[in-house]
Design a protein around this ligand. Structure first.
Ligand SMILES: [Zn+2]
Length: 458
């Protein structure tokens, strides 16, 4: 059989108006997962996807969970079996007054940078998951079938912490296990360069409360003899980093490695400008570890950040209080093999060891998730990379994810399955914010990218 790809790509371009209509139909369903008032809408979105997948020849079902339903579908045949993941739920829309149109009344708008589809979920993640479905549609229409065995998993709780996901993966391990997962919920490196996320930082957070005197005191009457917990807390936090930007908690860097040479070289080739990156937020000097590049600081190095501080009088004017308590919220972005449980204990010990007499400290722990790294040596990575590079005319970048996308870790842990994370969102898509949009061109090239990827994997 001759190469069907050119005809499939032409078909995708010809079918764009219909593909946009279909996406807008899905965008009209206000499937906000965190809001119980929208539970029926989440259900409707799942039904809509089941109908679409069925129309494309998949055996598609809506599966109940204690929360919002999952959509699972199976289609195609062949030796290679891939799982595609996306989520149909969206973030809440407030503040509504900052939207320039109704969030669930999508429309194509012309902007200085080209046409965009504006609506909640246009980019995260409905537009992205539809790029995959449209690629399947084009393959089916042109060749009569899907080019390989595909299982689809659409989640409806991604924006509300995925409470049902792990139990669902465990209960359906056999059905959902494939050779590799394709996850479409990330972005381009920039407008013209596609990206595959190959590592994701983990997260650990702690609230620290230090108590000194048993009530707030007047500094004129007690200042001098009485220990001030704000003084204790700031001294401790001030010692969290040394002058070279390295975190001082003992054992903090245990398990931190360097990225594979191929990945590191790719980062250098991206020509990332830390100055330009910081310039956009009014800064000019990198504050991370000395001797590390901006991309290393973002993608392969762990961090400690103070996210909140509370103590004493913070209202208008002045009050010479000697506060009873001082509180800080501290979080760590983790990389490589850093163990969140061990680090939590190490951080607490480090703080406790710095407590003077008359003060005591309590901790309240939040989220602890290890980093995840994808095995870029897997041949599927090279196939996906080549297909993306052909579509975009630029070598697809292997990038680190600065945020946290737990799904790839769950697939690894629960199903023993590696993930390829690629997507077509842009930095200015305003996901989770008012006026979310997806570029029409991202949508078109996203569909074409998946069509090529499916062909390459077949
Ligand atoms: Zn998302």
């Amino acid at each position: 059989m001759s190469d069907p790809i050119p005809a499939i790509l032409d078909r995708i371009d010809d079918d764009q108006p219909r593909a946009l209509d279909r996406l807008m139909e899905l965008l009209r369903i206000p499937s906000i997962s965190t809001d119980p008032d929208h539970a029926d809408d989440c259900d409707t979105a799942a039904d809509w996807l089941v109908a679409e997948l069925t129309h494309l020849g998949f055996r598609a079902t809506k599966r109940d969970t204690p929360g919002h339903p999952m959509v699972v579908a199976h289609g195609g045949e062949g030796d290679r079996h891939v799982l595609f993941y996306g989520h149909y739920d969206v973030q809440p829309v407030d503040p509504l007054s900052e939207w320039n149109r109704k969030p669930f009344d999508p429309a194509i708008e012309s902007t200085q940078r080209g046409k965009v589809i504006r609506a909640r979920g246009a980019s995260d993640d409905k537009g992205q998951l539809m790029t995959f479905l449209e690629a399947c549609r084009a393959w089916k229409a042109e060749t009569g079938k899907l080019p390989l065995r595909i299982t689809v998993l659409f989640e409806g709780e991604e924006e509300s912490g995925s409470p049902s996901l792990v139990p669902f993966l465990r209960a359906n391990r056999e059905e959902l296990s494939a050779e590799i997962a394709l996850i479409c919920d990330t972005g381009l490196y920039d407008d013209k360069v596609p990206a595959i996320v190959t590592s994701l930082r983990g997260l650990l957070a702690e609230e620290v409360t230090i108590t000194g005197p048993d009530r707030d005191l007047h500094s004129g009457m007690y200042g001098g003899p009485a220990m001030n917990p704000a003084r204790v807390l700031t001294r401790i936090l001030g010692g969290l980093h040394d002058d070279a930007g390295r975190v001082q908690v003992p054992g903090f860097y245990d398990g931190v490695g360097e990225p594979p040479a191929e990945v590191a070289e790719g980062w250098t080739a991206l020509g990332f400008s830390t100055e330009a990156f910081l310039g956009e937020v009014g800064l000019s000097h990198a504050a991370g570890e000395r001797g590390r590049s901006g991309l290393e600081m973002l993608w392969s190095r762990p961090t400690a950040e103070i996210n909140g501080l509370l103590s004493g009088y913070t209202g208008r004017g002045f009050k010479t209080v000697l506060p009873s308590t001082a509180q800080a919220k501290v979080s760590f972005r983790l990389v490589g093999g850093q163990d969140p449980d061990r680090l939590r204990a190490a951080f607490r010990d480090w703080v406790i060891a710095r407590m003077p007499p008359d003060c005591h400290v309590t901790f309240d722990g939040h989220g602890g998730a290890a980093a995840s790294a994808m095995s870029t040596g897997d041949p599927v990575f090279s196939l996906v990379r080549r297909a993306l590079s052909e579509e975009w005319g630029r070598e697809a970048a292997f990038v680190g994810g600065a945020g946290s996308i737990p799904i790839a870790g769950y697939f690894q842990k629960e199903l023993g399955m590696e993930s390829v994370l690629t997507g077509f969102a842009r930095d200015d898509d305003q996901i989770h914010s008012p006026n979310e949009k997806y570029d029409v061109e991202s949508f078109r090239k996203g569909i074409r990218s998946w069509a090529r990827i499916l062909g390459a994997l077949a």
